[in-house]
Design a protein around this ligand. Structure first.
Ligand code: ATP
Length: 241
């Protein structure tokens, strides 16, 4: 078994080598390698239960590696499928909760709220928000940390179709502006192809496909190339079209 090393605070991107994570007899991640460059947006696809969330948790430092090396920049921020807001705190205080305390905390929280187009909602209670608004607050709470690594675990899965499209655009824009290394876990091939500079497929505890999608445009002329990629990825996931 190789030495386990989890380091934070590196200037670079994510560098994972030989990662192993098991729960009892069940080996979920087995000799997995993955790299994500600073500013790169990587989407991670894989069948349910293949270990995507486990990988994200290890990258976030919430879960440990049993073997291998995990080099991940800090600070990191995680956005989950549910917004996980504290109901007894206002929207602004929920966002501030993500930040280091300090004189600038309030100003930075207000800026983050403005970035997710919720500047007018600073003083309201989370229970008065729609699902999409609540998820934007969760995004603001992540942004206020100025993460060098942004980890998104199916953040749009619970949203209606229209809200989902708007959120995808917003996240794409925010990542382009702030340039964290970003890993988005999704079940949605369409979403992965739309947002990812790279699309990874995870199976049998490893990354079994690593596709560079950055050269493919998202305009009408690129539709055939995008469709080919979509079909290939669906094939990897065992879906025939
Ligand atoms: N803390 C834990 N204790 C025991 N087993 C766990 C634990 N966390 C995850 N597992 C198991 O590890 C496997 C991978 O889980 P994980 O949540 O990483 O998969 P996933 O690919 O994110 O799935 P989904 O797409 O359904 O969210 C599952 O079999 C799960 O039951």
């Amino acid at each position: 078994m190789s030495a386990v090393a989890t380091t934070g605070g590196t200037a670079g991107g994510v560098n994972v080598r030989g990662l192993r994570r098991a729960f009892g007899e069940r080996v979920v991640i087995d000799d997995l390698d993955v790299q994500v460059k600073p500013g790169e947006f990587v989407c991670l696809l894989g069948a349910s239960g293949c270990g995507k969330t486990t990988l994200l948790r290890v990258l976030a430092g919430i879960d440990r590696a049993d073997a291998g090396t995990v080099d991940a920049p800090s600070p990191n921020a995680v956005v989950f499928q549910e917004p996980r807001l504290l109901p007894w705190k206002t929207v602004l205080d929920n966002v501030r909760f993500g930040a280091e305390s300090g004189r600038d905390a309030r100003r930075r929280a207000l800026e983050a709220l403005a970035e997710v187009e919720l500047a007018g909602h600073a003083d309201v209670w989370p229970m008065t928000l729609s699902g999409g608004q609540a998820q934007r607050v969760a995004l603001a709470r992540a942004l206020v940390r100025e993460p060098r690594l942004l980890l998104l675990d199916e953040p749009f899965a619970a949203l209606d179709a229209l809200t989902r499209i708007r959120m995808q655009e917003l996240v794409g824009e925010l990542v382009r502006r702030h340039q964290p290394a970003t890993v988005l876990v999704t079940h949605d091939v369409e979403e992965a192809v739309l947002l990812g500079d790279r699309v990874l497929v995870m199976a049998q505890g490893r990354i079994v496909r690593d596709v560079d999608a950055s050269a493919i445009g998202r305009d009408a002329a690129s539709a055939p190339a995008l469709d080919r990629l979509r079909r290939e990825l669906l094939g990897d996931l065992g879906v025939t079209t």
